[in-house]
Design a protein. Structure first.
Length: 615
């Protein structure tokens, strides 16, 4: 049985990522790409579906850390007879798809179990395995279809009943190094490489990148740095595509069917990630993501999708893997995502805001990029009145969601801003008029005068956590009485043990059975809403509590169960981490709403985040 979600840590090479458990088992790994079929799939099944275990045979205590603000994981196992450390990483910068594990004896003697079970095709295939020598090294290869995995090491396990297992002792000063490398099944094994050099390079690369961050005054700066590194790990190094999470089908409702594949690039999540990175002082990533966007939408801007594969491919059919029992019997296990065919109008707003933020941060505007934005807004101007599936990708009837309408307003607003302030060509008067028309519609149909709150959609009096972002995008001031009423309604209807639900599932709006747990990004949005409403003490108290929910290595899942105190949903979740970064940057402002500046006279993160045209 897999571990609790919070007992996993993330390692990756910015092409794919693996989950490493506190028990020394790698239970999830897709090679060579985030959305490739998994070769270690025990996370959604049993060890027979593939895993790589290195751990003491006897009872142990465990502590973990990332070495020196990097993505290199160090796990320390302490037993009655001794202590060992296990370093796990996926080396970066070498164009190799491999995972390295280095076991070192610290004191005494510890008996170690080593098990390597490769099952390509999400645990469905038993590969052809052989053992031979390459460059004086003994290697084991596992081949199935297009995939070949190669195990190298100072002591290789033996084949036992379809697995490779070994037990050996590690004493003080011993060092055992192992690597699993993916290559195409028709390829030849790569040559030997210096492991210590690759470890050092990966740590240095991470630290050099983090040094660029501008985090002066942010609370919980250590968790902000970890969140930034996590967002970077979830960004494909070659394409610039940002995946929402490295996993699929970790449930939102244990034992239920709310299980989705998040190994793709949502325009929304990627745009919000980009904003968080700009908040923290990164601009090169904006250029890189904009190039990805141009490739994704190129040639067909009128049929923009809400998500794409990491290489910008459009075809993401959803199907189920019935051979897997699912995490804690949560079925079906899904790959692909049928939401790819949904209409989610809010993505236009998120994309336009991100691109405006990039312009304001000094990223030059290319004629191609602006031409794409014009096409997107022209298309939106023709269809914005239609209902959509909304931010939460409901599988019930489309609605006129208030959040979607506010984001449509933001899309027109940022287009107007680009023309009026940056001098870009376009129908300024027409889009300014549309902006005002959308705004008026929201206040007329998306606001409940009796309760003094915005509503989830135009045909309900229910509220939705997405309404908390209205002041963040500049749609309304954070201390406006209508926004204060909305915050109060969300507190009354959507708080569960002090954390924020997305919406009330019992209304049936999402068309799905079952329930879910508080959504962590929504709770961070409440932090921001409190701050903008002038409730800074409440904002800081909630932010401190949320930061206390991270696991032992600073990671967050999609949702959190406050009753059983455990993480829920795909892990780690970009949405949760980007919302943490944005809330921290907002709290770094001396007073919410003030035009603070840094040492170089640039506006602080709050003003950078909330700037909009009032023309």
């Amino acid at each position: 049985m897999p571990l609790p979600i919070e007992d996993y840590a993330l390692i990756g090479d910015r092409h794919t990522a693996a989950l490493v458990g506190k028990d020394g088992s790698i239970d999830w790994l897709c090679l060579p790409r985030f959305d490739s079929p998994a070769c270690f799939t025990a996370l959604l099944g049993t060890p027979d579906h593939g895993r790589w275990l290195i751990a003491p045979t006897q009872e142990f205590e465990v502590t973990r850390r990332y070495i020196d603000d990097s993505t290199v994981l160090e796990t320390t196992f302490t037993t009655e007879t001794g202590e060992v450390t296990l370093v796990d990483l996926m080396p970066t910068g070498d164009n190799r798809a491999d995972l390295v594990r280095q076991l070192t004896g610290v004191r005494g003697t510890v008996a170690i179990e080593h098990e390597w079970v490769v099952r390509p095709g999400y645990g469905a295939s038993r590969p052809w395995v052989r053992r031979y020598t390459v460059d004086d090294d003994e290697v084991i290869t596992a081949i199935s279809g297009p995939d070949q995995l190669i195990l190298r090491g100072s002591r290789l396990p033996k084949a036992v009943d379809g697995r490779h297992r070994d037990e050996f002792e590690v004493t003080e000063g011993d060092v055992f190094t192992f690597s699993t490398t993916w290559i195409p099944s028709y390829g030849d094994p790569p040559g030997r490489d210096t492991i210590q050099k690759r470890i050092s390079h990966t740590i240095k690369s991470d630290r050099t990148w983090l040094e660029q961050a501008s985090l002066e005054g942010v609370p919980h700066a250590d968790l902000v740095r970890r969140s930034l590194l996590t967002l970077r790990l979830l960004t494909h190094e070659d394409t610039g595509g940002m995946v929402a999470a490295p996993t699929t089908s970790l449930p939102e409702d244990f034992g239920g069917e709310r299980n989705w594949d998040y190994r793709f690039c949502w325009l929304r999540d990627a745009a919000l990630t980009l904003e968080a990175l700009i908040d923290a002082g990164y601009t090169e990533e904006a250029r890189w993501w904009r190039r990805w966007l141009l490739r994704a939408v190129a040639g067909d801007p009128e049929h923009v999708q809400i998500m794409y594969a990491v290489d910008a491919a459009r075809d993401l059919p959803e199907r189920t893997l019935d051979h897997l029992p699912g995490y804690e019997n949560s079925v079906p296990v899904r790959i692909g995502n049928a939401a790819v065919d949904q209409v989610q109008s809010d993505v236009f707003g998120e994309v336009m805001i991100a691109l405006e933020r990039a312009r304001d941060a000094g990223v030059e505007t290319s004629s191609t990029a602006w031409a794409l934005q014009r096409k997107l807004i022209e298309n939106l101007s023709q269809r914005w009145r239609e209902p959509d599936n909304g931010l939460w990708e409901i599988r019930g009837e489309p609605q006129k969601f208030t959040h979607s309408r506010a984001m449509i307003w933001a899309a027109f607003d940022r287009a107007v801003h680009a023309m009026a302030e940056h001098g870009l060509p376009g129908p300024l008067v027409e889009w300014r008029d549309l902006r005002e028309e959308v705004r008026e519609e929201v206040f007329t149909h998306g606001f409940d005068e009796e309760r003094n709150t915005f509503t989830q959609h135009f045909d309900t009096k229910e509220v939705d956590a997405s309404l908390l972002v209205l002041p963040l995008i500049g749609f309304i001031d954070g201390d406006d009485p209508r926004m204060l009423g909305t915050i109060e309604a969300i507190e009354q209807d959507l708080l569960r043990d002090g954390l924020v639900m997305r919406y009330r599932t019992d209304t049936g709006v999402d068309g799905l059975p079952g329930d879910e747990h508080p959504f962590l990004a929504c709770s961070f949005w409440l932090v921001s809403a409190y701050a903008l409403a002038g409730r800074r003490e409440d904002a800081r108290a909630l932010f401190d509590r949320l930061c206390g929910l991270v696991n032992d290595v600073g990671l967050l899942s999609e949702e959190y169960d406050p009753i059983n105190e455990r993480m829920v949903g795909n892990f780690p979740q970009a949405f949760s981490h980007l919302a943490l970064v944005q809330a921290a940057c907002l709290l770094a402002e001396p007073q919410a709403g003030e035009d603070s500046v840094d040492d170089e006279g640039r506006p602080g993160p709050l003003r950078r985040g909330l700037r909009w045209l009032r023309a």
